[in-house]
Design a protein around this ligand. Structure first.
Ligand code: HEM
Length: 263
């Protein structure tokens, strides 16, 4: 009965709080587990909001989408702030249990890739880290096949009378997005007539908020990683800091950055 529902039952706390299972007896491993699990929960919520925003933008309902995306930006800020907590993990603390982590790495976070796919960073290369038929792989394949938030936003540009080629509007959505001069031109029309195209202008700036926050998170990740492991290789098999620095150039909404040089 609903009246008997307890806090513990509603939040499934028996399951959630039994899911921290350190492999060592080192004091600091608990922080490492909790911070990653908290990040996966926030990723779940962000995917939930971005999926909603994708559908709302696709339907031309921009205000509700913007409300959801504002929430995502605030979660991104919390995630970036959480590096402050991880920064209290010294190299000695981390190295005391790092050997037990094997090849596991945030690189294999299916939810992180799903968020990237849903925003617009589609790279099917990352599918290979998730076994075929498993739920994470299926979620990633679905996110790849669905037009991203950026694809939906570009369709809205066309719906508002801005000229975009078929190669943009009906592209193969499973493939990485290629920046286009026509898209940059369309955003230029929005940014040079903000009063006439207010909803698109607001959406554009909301998207820039998300890209900005994602890159800020990446920057703080690479700095924290360098602070903790220096130039060591990553447990996931990359060269570590060098790989993470290369991700700083990734942009979900590239023309919203390039158009700024033309304003
Ligand atoms: C001691 C702490 C950490 C270290 C040393 C570390 C190191 C690394 C390294 C070296 C990579 C590149 C892949 C590899 O070779 O493993 C990576 C990727 C990644 N890490 Fe971390 N990490 C740490 C903590 C975290 C935390 C707390 C999060 C999330 C809150 C996180 C999320 C990610 C994600 C999402 C990637 C994939 C990035 C991409 O491919 O764009 N990491 N990490």
């Amino acid at each position: 009965m609903a009246s008997d529902l307890t806090y513990t039952d509603y939040l499934a706390l028996d399951e959630v709080l039994a899911a921290q299972r350190p492999l060592s007896t080192h004091h600091d491993e608990m922080l490492f587990i909790v911070i990653h699990q908290a990040k996966e929960l926030w990723l779940k919520e962000m995917i939930h909001e971005v999926a909603y925003a994708q559908a709302e933008v696709a339907a031309g309902r921009l205000p509700p989408a913007q409300k959801a995306l504002s929430r995502v930006s605030r979660i991104q800020a919390v995630m970036t702030h959480s590096w402050e907590v991880l920064g209290t993990l010294t190299p000695a603390d981390y190295l005391s249990f790092r050997g037990l982590l094997g090849s596991s790495s945030g690189f294999q976070s299916a939810q992180f890739r799903e968020l990237e796919y849903r925003l617009g960073l589609k790279d099917p290369h990352f599918l290979r880290y998730h076994p075929q038929g498993g739920a994470p792989r299926q979620a990633l394949e679905a996110a790849l096949a669905t037009p991203s938030l950026y694809d939906a936003a570009l369709a809205q540009l066309a719906a508002h009378g801005l000229a975009l080629p078929d190669t943009v509007l009906n592209r193969d959505f499973t493939q990485p997005y290629q920046p286009s001069a026509a898209v940059e031109e369309a955003w230029l029309q929005v940014y040079t007539n903000t009063t006439g195209r207010w909803e698109l202008y607001e959406l554009a700036e909301k998207l820039v908020d998300l890209d900005d926050a994602l890159t800020t998170w990446r920057n703080k990740h690479v700095l924290t990683v360098e602070r903790i492991i220096g130039r060591r290789r990553g447990t996931g098999g990359t060269d570590g800091v060098g790989y993470l620095q290369s991700t700083l150039a990734r942009r979900c909404f590239p023309e919203l950055w390039s158009v700024r040089s033309r304003l």
